[in-house]
Design a binder for this molecule. Structure first.
Ligand code: ACO
Length: 440
């Protein structure tokens, strides 16, 4: 709690250890749960807290995104996600996340120009792609190329300079879509398509992915709008795994491009952003509504590792508001591309209906999350499943850069350094024989 710490010291929490009583300040949030400030816990008591997976830990103070997981609410800078998806566009949302409020018309035009100035990649970076195998996962290319950008922009290396920070954030957002499109083109063996700065962010991304040297892709306004909504819905989600990774990497003062590459790596996992690819693959594996019961039973069986991908969330204990919006636009996109009765969409809706009536899912409050329907839309637009998480990463550069900026500008920011509960060996003399449990 940085700036107005004293005004937030309303209450205290008491902790009693061995008849000794300690008190810790409680800070109220503007909305949502309050926090107990335990920064002095160790110096006062010589104890640490133990919270694997950070289920009860607020790692920072933030003004960017608010989630009410019980009610299924998501807001960026106070604006409801549904309203932003309906009325805004991705670059306006990027501006909102980074600068704190919606830009006026001229601010937005200026910002769009600043972003589109950075869509090109350095020729050396283009050569960098040739080092990847053609069958590399596009996320592997995203991680590598994003990290490699840190060697290119020597003028954005001073993160204490606000101007350089802003320049870095604009470069990251603008170039992420070019890198994502290039990763796709490289994986399908086509030549790269240059960005067109007269197009919107989403139109340009579709153009770079689907135009080729023989044929220009005509960007459909319906698909461009769907793409834009997908980017908006994935733009930020407070302190999730990848955002916390970016903050932790950045807390040491590391180069911003390298920090974002760390975030891309964290996002890749199937428990996080990789779930959109996994969800579609799961639906394809289930294949037909008559197999749903079998897979629901597998998901409930503790001895089986199978999980219903695109279901459940650490924070949402209600319908993910992003999934609600995506479910609505799913039909529109499918109709537009001429798929009137998509069996996969039907299967997804049947699976959702059955799971939501099942005692196991009701008791554990497991609902569809953002990844459940996004894959169906992205597949209809023309993307293969390997690109789904790349698209998520492009969108999330907005949140990562906003959160990174907020962290660097926070006066109480210090290097992130959690502690541990050590349960290993006591001091052992070198050469003393000990029985090993593992066989490595
Ligand atoms: N299918 C079956 N059971 C589930 C599922 C699921 N999808 N999700 C959670 N559960 C069960 C767990 O087994 C656990 O059961 P238990 O209490 O009997 O042990 C209980 O529900 C609580 O789940 P946790 O895994 O402890 O919850 P956590 O907050 O750690 O995990 C997560 C959330 C990772 C999202 C989990 O729900 C999951 O793996 N879902 C599938 C993957 C997925 O869709 N990820 C995308 C998340 S959204 C995003 O990152 C953009």
């Amino acid at each position: 709690m940085s700036k107005d710490k004293n005004s937030k010291k309303e209450k205290f929490a008491k902790l009693i250890i061995d008849n000794n009583s300690y008190s810790f300040p409680i800070y109220s949030s503007t909305e949502g749960e309050s926090v107990i400030d335990i920064t002095k816990l160790h110096s006062k008591t010589k104890f640490f807290t133990y919270d694997p997976g950070f289920t009860s830990t607020a790692s920072c103070e933030s003004k960017i995104t608010y989630i009410d997981g019980e009610k299924g609410i998501l807001r960026y800078r106070g604006y409801d996600i549904e309203e932003l998806a309906d009325k805004s566009d991705f670059i306006e949302v990027v501006n909102l996340l980074i600068y704190g409020d919606l830009p006026n018309k001229s601010q937005l035009t200026k910002y769009k120009n600043l972003i589109s100035r950075h869509t090109l990649l350095h020729e050396q970076i283009i050569n960098f792609f040739q080092g990847f195998r053609r069958d590399a996962h596009p996320m592997a290319m995203m991680v590598g190329v994003m990290g490699a950008l840190s060697s290119f922009y020597q003028d954005t290396l001073d993160i204490k300079d606000a101007h350089q920070r802003q320049e870095a954030t604009r470069r990251i957002v603008a170039k992420s879509s070019t890198i994502g499109a290039m990763a796709y083109k490289y994986s399908i063996g086509q030549s790269f398509v240059s960005p067109k700065n007269n197009l919107s962010f989403s139109e340009n991304f579709l153009h770079m992915c689907f135009s080729n040297t023989a044929e220009e892709y005509k960007v459909s306004p319906i698909l461009a709008k769907a793409m834009d909504i997908i980017f908006i819905l994935h733009a930020d989600h407070e302190q999730n795994a990848s955002t916390s990774t970016v903050r932790l990497a950045g807390s040491s003062g590391a180069n911003p491009f390298a920090c974002i590459a760390a975030g891309v790596s964290s996002l890749w996992g199937p428990a996080h952003g990789g779930a959109n690819q996994a969800a579609l693959e799961m639906l394809e594996e289930i294949g037909s509504s008559k197999n749903i019961k079998k897979y629901i039973n597998k998901a409930k069986n503790k001895k089986d590792n199978f999980k219903l991908m695109g279901f459940g969330h650490r924070v949402y204990k209600n319908y993910d508001p992003r999934a609600k919006i995506l479910k609505k636009i799913c039909k529109k996109v499918l109709n537009h591309v001429g798929i009137n009765n998509d069996p996969i969409l039907q299967l997804a809706m049947d699976l959702e209906a059955i799971a939501l009536k099942d005692k196991y899912f009701i008791e554990k409050k497991l609902y569809p999350n953002v990844d459940f329907y996004s894959g169906i839309i992205l597949k209809a637009i023309g993307f293969p499943p390997e690109m789904f998480t790349v698209i998520f990463a492009i969108a999330r550069t907005a949140g990562w850069t906003a959160q990174w900026t907020e962290m660097i500008e926070d006066p109480i920011q210090k290097i992130g350094r959690p502690r541990q509960l050590y349960t290993g060996n006591l001091i052992t003399k070198y050469g003393k024989k000990r029985s090993r449990k593992n066989t490595r």
